[in-house]
Design a protein around this ligand. Structure first.
Ligand code: PEP
Ligand code: MG
Length: 886
């Protein structure tokens, strides 16, 4: 029989799939002997059963009752006891944290009778009625869907009637009346009384948490964060402890290191005389932990010692939620904390430096996506105007956009927008996803806006208190910023500027470029340590796609171990276009040869420069790939020019001859037409000229004392015969040039037929390089130039794929072609070198796949080389335990 309920004494931190992150960590803290209120976790299995059938599974009721008895026995207090009631909190907690997305209900067990018992036992009537009104509010909203505004309106009316500014100032009588008003609202909306039976409250709450897995906002969050939709959530039922029990009580959140920068030293927010959710929601302004040290030194000292224990146990940054009830500290939650990309690098390197984790583990604590984020530009503030305001730098980055004030406007906008809110709540999620950045006037680094923005890697400044945020404008002093005005927000400094600011490259990029030293900068030393370690463990080499000496030099600075794709077609553009035109217009061999002869020295110089920049490293030069019409004016343009000339009674001359040629080579589907190897076979002398230029460049470099290592790559091969023909011609050309180092000749694999016949092709190829751009185009039958803009957005919504297959390799389809080709190729040629040079070579998820598929290298744009290096190292180290620190 399934077991659906685990006491906190029974679990541990490894059981996250079953108990959810929160439940597993509560169990771990209980095992560590930390002060956790007694409780139990209802498993994700139970949730999945509920989601399947719509009912709580058989046997669950009895298990819950048994565990409830245990809590009651431990505390000497019973649920529903009118004299001394046990109260419970019910909280969701899935495998991956979804901040604010799901439900929490506190104070379960209160009703018209037990509220009096609580008042007597606690000696605090006000507190008892305040707790009761919170229960009706949370329960009404979560279980019966009573709109939150209805309760807010009653609360505001109560404050007004009492003539007070804050809820905390409402007296007992006012709160008692508020409870009655809430109950009326509840009845009016739900059509029944607020349930008085504590057990009914408990089971309805558990059911509501399970059901909240599928709320619209939860589904949206999961899609955004790539969290599988079928995991379900666990439910944690815990004895209540009260942070709203007077000034000697309070509630807070804390991090064992700064989650924004990774700096050592605890960081946290504390809210005296308040209950759990008040802090995370950013509703009232909090004080720092230093202030707590002043107010309650004993609890503060205890908290610090617990945080140290947690870091040692989890060997990572932990975030915690705690409550102090009458001077006694309770731990309500811990988890490996979310952090910014910069903090992820700094913390991983620090922990490795401290010997708490190995460098391999440190590598698994960061991602290529985070490194990519750190390579984003930041604002150049040299000539910036004075900031409008300074808030809390909650999630780094530089974002400019027009100001919008609600989620719907952000989601509907076409250009970049900054979502400005007093504070955010989970209903703002669509707007936060759509916005370039988020700015709030309330809340700290742990407010909803901050936590969610960090998770998304989105720029966020929060708690900019000088902002008076209205419905369609905000005011700072005398300045009014209205909807549609442009502002810039800096998530690293917290500054908010009017207008759009210029941006400058990131420090990480400048360090790669050799413009900044790493010494003394924790982030740069961390990036250095982790990318360096990645290089030592990686099995995949990382090459760059570069076709100029400047790009090649940058690629080297970024750590590329060679050029995996030098596209030669750019060398035919600009002033050289005329030579290509002559080649295309050539009517006889002689004319063609003369055009090629003029191109030869130009190509030779191009290759010489690239080989010099990459001296000692492989440079894979791909013979020309695109169809020839790309080098000529468009058919429409020429037709127009010729028609105009004729209308004026003039001879169209050169244009006329060009038009005839363009018409001759015009294709309906040029990407499937005369391009790549086909062009080489159909235009005599073209490939031979390029091969000769490579050979002469290599010979010249070698003669000059260099170490040129060119390779020649043939594009778009579908049949081994094509490759054999080109190879024969190339070998002949190479052998005719003196002083040429050995040059390998390989092929791209970018046509499905080539992948499937790789066993036939391999004997004629010294290497394979997967052109996954074309391979994706041809495997899916998607035009790579058209479809992404046309319908991929809709395809993602429809769930055909989560990310574009042109961005992340489609493992099941295109990936299978890659695996097949590697397998078939190596079965006839075991030492066959295989790489990838499509865009996927720089995509973090795809790099992992290429490692698994046994490739030798990936090649990507120079800027993505560091990301690919890091991911290649991570892939080699293996998956390790998944840490939910995104
Ligand atoms: C490819 O098809 O993946 C490739 C690298 O070639 P190109 O993008 O130049 O077609
Ligand atoms: Mg291609």
């Amino acid at each position: 029989m399934s077991r659906y309920v685990f006491d906190f004494n029974d679990g541990n931190k490894e059981l996250q799939d079953l108990l959810g992150g929160k439940g597993a960590n509560l169990a771990e803290m209980t095992r560590m002997g930390l002060p956790v209120p007694p409780g139990f976790t209802v498993t994700t299995d139970a949730c999945r059963a509920y989601l399947r059938t719509g009912a709580l599974p058989d046997g669950l009721f009895q298990e819950v009752e048994d565990h409830l008895r245990l809590i009651e026995a431990r505390l000497g207090r019973r649920l529903g006891d009118s004299a001394d009631p046990l109260l419970l909190s019910v909280r969701s907690g899935g495998r991956f944290s979804m901040p604010g997305m799901m439900e929490t209900i506190l104070d379960i067990g209160l009703n018209d009778t037990t509220v009096l018992g609580l008042a007597r036992r606690s000696g605090d009537e006000r507190f008892a009625w305040d707790s009761y009104r919170r229960l009706i509010q949370m329960f009404g909203k979560t279980v019966f869907g009573v709109p939150g505004e209805q309760f807010d309106a009653e609360l505001a009316a109560a404050r007004e009637a009492a003539g007070v500014a804050t809820d905390a100032e409402l007296g007992t009588a006012a709160l008692r009346e508020l409870v009655a008003a809430y109950q009326k609202r509840f009845f009016a909306y739900a059509g029944r009384d607020f349930p008085q039976a504590p057990h009914e409250q408990l089971y309805s709450a558990i059911t509501a948490v399970f059901a909240s897995w599928n709320t619209e906002r939860a589904v949206l969050y999961r899609r955004q964060e790539h969290i599988p939709g079928d995991l379900g959530t666990a439910v944690n039922v815990m004895a209540m402890v009260f942070g709203n029990h007077g000034t000697n009580s309070g509630t807070g959140v804390a991090f064992t290191r700064d989650p924004a920068t990774g700096r050592r030293g605890v960081y946290g927010d504390y809210l005296p005389n308040a209950q759990g959710e008040d802090v995370v929601a950013g509703i009232r302004n909090t004080v720092g932990l230093d202030e707590l040290a002043r107010m309650d030194p004993a609890s503060h000292a205890r908290l610090l010692s617990i945080m140290e224990k947690l870091e040692l146990r989890y060997r990572d940054l932990c975030d915690i939620e705690f409550t102090i009830e009458d001077g006694k500290l309770w731990m309500l939650q811990t988890r490996v904390g979310k952090r910014t990309p910069a903090a992820a690098f700094v913390i991983a390197a620090q922990l490795a430096g401290e010997g708490l984790i190995t460098d391999d583990e440190a590598l698994l604590r960061v991602t290529g996506g985070q490194l990519a984020h750190l390579m984003f530009p930041a604002f150049d503030t040299t000539n910036a105007p004075a900031p409008l305001a300074i808030g809390v730098p909650a999630s780094p980055g530089a974002a400019s956009g027009t100001v919008v004030f609600d989620s719907a406007a952000a989601a509907a906008a076409t250009g970049p927008v900054i979502l400005v809110r007093h504070e955010t709540n989970p209903d703002d999620l669509p707007g936060m996803i759509a916005a370039q950045g988020i700015l709030t006037s309330r809340g700290g680094k742990t407010s909803h806006a901050a936590v969610v923005a960090r998770g998304m890697g989105k720029t966020c400044v929060c708690g900019a208190e000088d902002l008076e945020v209205g419905p369609s404008s905000f005011r700072v002093g005398d300045t009014v910023v209205s909807e549609g005005d442009v502002i810039s927000i800096d998530g690293t400094t917290g500054r908010v500027y009017p207008g759009e600011l210029p941006v400058r490259p990131s420090a990480v990029v400048r360090w790669f470029e050799g413009e900044l030293p790493s010494t003394g900068d924790p982030l740069l030393t961390a990036v250095e340590r982790l990318t360096g370690h990645a290089d030592t463990v990686a099995k995949l080499a990382v090459h760059a796609n570069a076709d100029t000496a400047a790009d090649a030099e940058r690629a080297r600075r970024f750590g590329a171990a060679g050029i995996g794709l030098c596209r030669t077609e750019h060398m035919f553009l600009g002033e050289r276009r005329e030579l290509v035109e002559r080649l295309i217009l050539a009517t006889g061999d002689e004319e063609r040869q003369s055009a090629l002869a003029e191109l030869l020295p130009l190509q030779r110089d191009d290759f010489t420069a690239v080989l010099a920049a990459m001296d000692g490293l492989p440079v894979t030069i791909r013979l020309i790939d695109p169809p020839l019409h790309e080098f000529l004016p468009s058919l429409e343009e020429l037709t127009d020019r010729v028609a105009r000339a004729q209308a004026r009674g003039e001879d169209p001359g050169h244009d006329g001859r060009l038009l005839v040629a363009v018409r001759r080579i015009h294709e309906q589907n040029p990407m499937l037409g005369l391009r790549g190897v086909r062009l080489g076979l159909m235009v005599p002398g073209l490939f031979a000229m390029q091969v000769r230029a490579v050979a002469q460049a290599a010979a010249a470099r070698a003669a000059a004392g260099g170490d040129p290592r060119p390779e020649i790559m043939v594009p778009l091969v579908a049949s081994v015969r094509e490759l054999e023909l080109v190879r024969a011609e190339a070998s002949q050309v190479l052998s005719a040039v003196e002083g040429v180092p050995p040059i390998r000749i390989g092929t791209m694999i970018e046509v499905p037929r080539a992948a499937l016949t790789a066993g036939e092709i391999a004997p004629a190829a010294d290497f394979f390089s997967f052109g996954t751009n074309d391979l994706t185009q041809m495997a899916w039958g998607f035009s790579r130039d058209d479809v992404e803009g046309a319908f991929f957005g809709r395809y993602r919504e429809l769930g055909v794929f989560a990310t574009s297959p042109f961005e992340t390799i489609d493992v099941a389809g295109v990936g299978e072609l890659v695996r097949t080709a590697v397998h078939r190729g190596r079965s006839v040629r075991p030492d066959l070198v295989a790489g990838v040079c499509g865009e996927h070579g720089g995509d973090p998820d795809s790099v992992r796949f290429f490692h698994d598929a046994g490739l030798n290298y990936v090649s990507c744009s120079p800027f993505r080389v560091p990301v690919a290096r890091l991911e290649a190292g991570r892939a080699a180290v293996g998956d390790g335990p998944v840490s939910d620190s995104r």
